[in-house]
Ligand binder design. Structure first.
Ligand SMILES: [Zn+2]
Length: 192
């Protein structure tokens, strides 16, 4: 049986029943090429398809099932193992440089931080117990968030007591409120 595309003589099972003129491999290659060429169209279609009411309902029902619980737990464990490894690698690479600052005072970074936009993300290294880290990971996974988003939400929801605002000592600096206080809030009594 000859494929019109690759012109190869294949056994019959190399063809789909619905198409006897193009072999399975050529058909798959054509499908992949077509998807790649119209990727935006297909992604939009996939999003639309996923939000159809009967599919949304089916997902909600599946989430109540034992099969989901088993699959989700396995996926969470895989994800947790991956994240832990990643963090180990990252902390090994980033723990040292901020400490060795050529003897310059740490205050420099605090000044820089206050000039940042409130929506901008900065990298923060914090040390948690293993248990706290696992709880963070599990809760984030169950809530469909990443760990950073969950910490952001916890801070937003629970750390409301203090608000630090920099009224600007410099001539050209305008005042701005900083959503999370720097390590040491500046006061008038600080020698500067
Ligand atoms: Zn072919």
């Amino acid at each position: 049986m000859i494929c019109n595309t690759c012109l190869t003589d294949w056994p019959a099972d190399a063809f789909y029943a619905s198409n006897r003129t193009k072999c399975k491999e050529c058909t798959k290659a054509a499908v992949r090429a077509n998807r790649a060429a119209k990727i935006e169209h297909y992604q939009e279609y996939d999003r639309m398809r996923g939000s159809m009411p009967h599919r949304v309902a089916a997902r909600a029902e599946y989430r109540q099932s034992d099969a989901y619980a088993v699959a989700h737990r396995a996926a969470s464990e895989r994800w947790m193992a991956r994240t832990t490894l990643h963090e180990k690698r990252r902390s090994g690479m980033t723990a040292q440089p901020s400490e060795t600052n050529n003897g310059k005072p740490r205050k420099r970074s605090a000044v820089k931080a206050s000039g940042r936009q409130s929506g901008e993300k900065v990298k923060a290294t914090i040390h948690l117990t293993v248990e706290a880290s696992q709880r963070l990971t599990v809760h984030a996974a169950m809530m469909g968030m990443d760990r950073s988003e969950l910490v952001e939400q916890l801070i937003r929801d629970h750390l409301k007591r203090f608000v630090v605002s920099d009224r600007g000592g410099g001539a050209s600096e305008s005042s701005l409120s900083v959503p999370s206080p720097p390590a040491r809030p500046r006061t008038r009594l600080d020698p500067e």
